[in-house]
Write a protein that binds this ligand. Structure first.
Ligand code: NCD
Length: 328
């Protein structure tokens, strides 16, 4: 049976519970809670593989994964590559710089080229929101969105969910404060789907210029994000939080005039040791990276005892292994 999600792409199914039926991972909006649970369970298995002395399993032998990165990346690209290689797939990395994109080739033609090379999976990061959806519509191979514009970053949200569950035992009922560039961050958007579907209480916090205006207007009870609060006061967000997630200011996406200065932002919204005292004892500190230490987060918090930031990176490899396993 082929079902179609609200994105109109055949093979993405709204609220189906079996991961094995899924074709693409474009965002978490079309994941059910059961399906997220299934990814987290599979990630647990992959974490065990990552802990082995010899980290190699034959699962994807003979399969070819293309990663297509049109935007800068360190951990996401490397983590897809590592995930694929541990599972014995051949991973071929293409970045915009140095490719035919510089000669004016369209995304569509590049994708057709990769398809002609028998790609079994395409992982794409693009500065335009919607680019992965475009590929999913036109290609036979499964597509994973590794970040599109300010829109979505589903694998980051899944690794964040796994990290929270791993440390706190569950996500349901936990208070998660997300502080930073809410307006331009794709990480926050996918996390809002994931966290609210899993029953967390989410508070997002940013200066008024970095929150979408409709967020500030509040959400009606029946809205998918009804367990989401919005505040411009960082103290209010951090009060009683079980998780504090700092986000980088997406300066490359921001137009001018959002902030008086970075120093002012750091003073008003930066996650410091002092501010962390407002959170629950044992609260986790998270950041998707790359960090601008001293701006959205102080170095002693980023590298302190409560920080699980490096673990997020390790979990990122395991989550991506789990997804590759299910999709290919
Ligand atoms: C994030 C991204 O690219 O959206 N980074 C990542 O994938 N780990 C966050 C960011 O760039 O700030």
């Amino acid at each position: 049976m082929t079902t179609t999600s609200r994105t109109g792409i055949p093979g993405t199914r709204p609220n189906e519970s079996s991961l094995t039926l899924r074709r693409h991972v474009l965002d978490l909006d079309d994941f059910s809670r059961d399906e997220i649970e299934e990814v987290l369970k599979n990630t647990d298995v992959m974490r065990e593989v990552l802990g082995r002395e010899i980290r190699k399993i034959p699962t994807l032998r003979g399969k070819t994964i293309f990663t297509l990165f049109y935007e800068a990346s360190t951990r996401t690209r490397a983590s897809f590559e590592e995930a694929g290689k541990i599972m014995s797939a051949d991973v071929i990395n293409v970045s915009a710089g140095g490719s035919s994109v510089e000669k004016g080739e369209s995304l569509y033609d590049t994708a057709l080229t990769l398809q002609a090379m028998r790609a079994d999976m395409i992982v794409i990061r693009h500065s335009d929101s919607g680019a992965p959806y475009f590929l999913a519509r036109h290609l036979d191979a499964p597509v994973i969105n590794a970040g599109d514009g300010a829109h979505a970053h589903p694998t980051q949200a899944l690794l964040d969910l796994f990290t929270i569950k791993n440390h706190l035992g569950k996500i349901e009922g936990k208070k998660v404060a997300i502080v930073g560039d809410i307006l331009y961050s794709r990480v926050v958007r996918s996390n809002l789907w994931g966290l609210t579907k899993m029953g967390a209480q989410v508070t997002v916090c940013a200066p008024p210029t970095l929150v979408p205006p409709d967020f500030l207007a509040g959400f009606p009870e029946e809205h998918a994000f009804s367990n989401l609060q919005v505040t411009t006061r960082v103290e209010e967000a951090l009060e009683g939080a079980d998780v504090v997630m700092a986000l980088r200011l997406q300066l490359e996406r921001q137009k001018s005039g959002h902030l008086p200065s970075l120093r002012e932002y750091a003073r008003m919204y930066g996650i410091s040791t002092q501010r962390m005292k407002l959170a629950n004892s044992g609260a986790l500190v998270m950041h998707p990276g790359p960090m601008n230490e001293g701006i959205e987060i102080d170095a002693d918090v980023a590298h302190g005892a409560a920080s699980v930031i490096e673990e997020q990176v390790t979990n990122g490899v395991a989550v991506r292994m789990a997804l590759l396993y299910s999709l290919i």
